[in-house]
Design a protein around this ligand. Structure first.
Ligand SMILES: Nc1ncnc2c1ncn2[C@@H]1O[C@H](COP(=O)(O)OP(=O)(O)OP(=O)(O)O)[C@@H](O)[C@H]1O
Ligand SMILES: [Mg+2]
Length: 255
């Protein structure tokens, strides 16, 4: 069995009186597609926010490749190799599809977003590298044809793919996806499943929060189930589908 690439130990996060995550521990195997499921309000997005440094946990430790990253800023965690998308697609509507992806690439380069406006040869070279790499990320998600289009004008399904392309542009080792199938039709969801598999085949570990159980059971190697911020089960899709507690609190709801 490969080693865990990402580990969370005893994570607690409270908002006022609400305990969104409670003593949560889990490990993600390198190269796996690892799903996180649970009812609305279970704490899934909070967990993604904590893993990616968008929120500090109150207690607990997160490590990437056995290096503790707890408390680091989201920007630095992105540099260390954790990329993410957002539950509500966070698109810069007034920028083109290509520019939206180029923003993701800038975490990797030294010149920075604004010095690229200078006509220094190094900045120009970097700009071209950023553009070429962004185009290859758009090709990966199947949006190359829309590169020049204003991002606000593309449908929600494509916006979700655009977010995946932007996250890929930062060359993550671990990619966190928060409900990537929300708003997608059956055909788009099928294509998303293929895309996630192809990302895994590149050696990127994928953590996916998702309500679409068919998708989750289809693509996941491991599944973590949380309810009211606590772990209630972890296992393979077959184990999770047969777990009485999971059926009672979660899958049972869906009939
Ligand atoms: N910034 C915040 N301030 C206050 N409460 C919050 C905040 N973020 C989340 N919560 C609360 O924490 C709990 C967990 O929320 P979270 O968004 O993590 O759930 P979720 O599992 O992602 O739900 P969903 O499936 O609906 O996206 C909820 O009770 C939510 O209201
Ligand atoms: Mg959520």
């Amino acid at each position: 069995m490969p080693d865990a690439i990402l580990k969370a130990a005893d994570i607690t996060k409270e908002f006022g009186g609400i305990t969104a995550l409670k003593d949560l521990s889990f490990a993600v195997q390198e190269g796996a597609i690892h799903a996180i499921i649970g009812p609305n309000g279970a704490g899934k997005t909070t967990l993604i926010n904590v893993l990616s440094g968008f929120l500090p946990p109150d207690t607990g430790t997160i490590s990437l490749n056995n290096q503790v990253i707890t408390g680091q800023k989201s920007h630095d965690i992105a540099k260390l190799g954790i990329g993410r998308t957002f539950q509500n697609a966070e698109i810069f509507g007034n920028m083109s599809v290509l520019e939206n992806v180029m923003v993701g690439r800038h975490t990797r380069t030294s010149a920075g977003l604004f010095s690229s406006a200078l006509t220094l040869p190094r900045a120009r070279r970097e700009e071209k590298q950023i553009r070429d790499h962004a185009l290859s990320c758009l090709e990966t998600v199947g949006l190359l044809d829309l590169a020049a289009v204003a991002a606000a004008s593309i449908p929600i399904g494509n916006q979700r793919l655009l977010e995946v392309a932007r996250a890929l542009a930062s060359e993550p080792r671990v990619l966190l996806l928060d409900e990537p199938a929300a708003g997608l039709n059956t055909q788009e969801t099928r294509m998303l499943a293929e895309l996630i598999r192809s990302i895994q085949q590149r050696g990127i570990t994928v953590i996916i929060v998702e309500h679409d159980m068919e998708l989750v059971m289809d693509i996941s190697d491991d599944i973590l189930v949380i309810n009211f911020g606590e772990k209630i089960a972890v296992g393979s899709p077959a184990e999770i589908q047969a777990n009485p507690e999971v059926i009672a609190v979660y899958l049972g709801e869906e009939g």
